[in-house]
Design a protein around this ligand. Structure first.
Ligand SMILES: [Zn+2]
Length: 327
């Protein structure tokens, strides 16, 4: 293990994961525990501390060897205050002072970050974005998340709502409604949930497809089934995948024209579709974007998988540790 060592904790709606991470980004002894948010926030804070302790024990080191801790949680949150506000994925928690609790409990510098921002920092540090100066991450799962890292700075915004990339507007005239309640968001078109929904709508009109039988059992259809069917030449599935690539290319182009990054990385379950899907996105980007960023910005698949959150949280702890040493 390359000293100094850090702990990253990634709190999700169902499970939380902590890992000891060394100065080169190697993860040791990652430990998962159920979040059990319904048991309340006092229980939740204790569970976070226990998960951190368990990771340290599993790595066979002493807590004294940990230089800093990073915690990533889903929103909504006030990043400057270090507080989770009213997170839909962690009901009934409200106004939970995570950073102060963990900092006091362990007496360590403690960083606090949005989970998608942390994942972006993880990919930037030792994943697909390694070596880049600026990177945008789209995470494609049940929703569409995002993170932007420039230099070592996470673009968290003045109100903790920076890089909400899933909610950039891509359709104005005839918009779909998003899970956030607003209209025309990227997430309403390109999340795994949206891909399934769009496919089912299409199958209502066009039944000549290997996916046709899902109309009578819609809850069984997954984005993976659709991408697999497209790979096998199913015309309906191919059209849906191509349109999804187009929507993501619109989102990507908006990022290219906003910040002109070195790299755009796609993570999350839907990227199991692989490099063929990435190529489809890139082809559309080349037509939509200005020629120079359209050509020079690299598009890549994320590398860290489910470790991105806890590695990224640890990366945030590491940055805090470095800043404090410089001051
Ligand atoms: Zn939205």
């Amino acid at each position: 293990m390359a000293a100094p060592l850090f702990v990253g904790l990634d709190v999700g709606g169902t499970t939380m994961k902590a890992g000891v991470v060394d100065d080169e980004g190697q993860v040791y002894a990652a430990v998962n525990m159920p979040t059990e948010a319904h048991r309340g926030q006092e229980f939740g804070l204790n569970r976070m501390a226990d998960t951190i302790v368990n990771a340290v024990v599993a790595a066979r080191i002493d807590l004294d060897h940990i230089a800093a801790i990073g915690v990533a949680t889903p929103g909504t949150m006030d990043l400057r205050a270090g507080v989770i506000l009213d997170p839909p994925n962690l009901r009934p928690w409200q106004n939970v002072p995570v950073r102060k609790y963990i900092g006091d409990r362990f007496q360590k510098p403690t960083a606090f970050q949005n989970d998608a921002n942390a994942a972006a920092m993880g990919e930037f540090w030792i994943g697909a974005g390694r070596g880049s100066h600026s990177m945008v991450l789209f995470t494609l799962g049940t929703g569409v998340g995002g993170g932007i890292v420039i230099g070592d700075l996470i673009l968290e915004g003045e109100h903790s709502h920076g890089a909400e990339l899933g909610h950039m507007k891509i359709e104005i005239t005839n918009p779909r409604q998003c899970g956030c309640g607003r209209w025309g968001c990227l997430e309403a078109y390109a999340s795994a949930t949206a891909v399934v929904k769009r496919t089912l709508e299409h199958l209502e009109k066009e039944s000549l497809s290997s996916l046709a039988s899902y109309v009578s059992r819609p809850s069984e259809l997954t984005a993976r089934d659709i991408f697999n069917a497209a790979d096998k030449g199913d015309a309906v599935a191919d059209k849906i995948v191509e349109e999804t690539a187009y929507y993501l290319a619109v989102g990507t182009t908006n990022m290219l024209h906003s910040i002109d990054p070195d790299m755009v990385v796609f993570g999350g379950g839907m990227t199991a579709a692989g490099t063929g899907f990435l190529r489809r996105i890139h082809n559309h980007v080349k037509h939509l974007a200005f020629p120079v960023p359209g050509e020079k910005c690299e598009l890549r698949l994320a590398k860290l998988g489910s470790d991105a959150g806890c590695t990224g949280a640890a990366a945030c702890g590491r940055l805090l540790h470095r800043q404090q040493r410089q001051n």
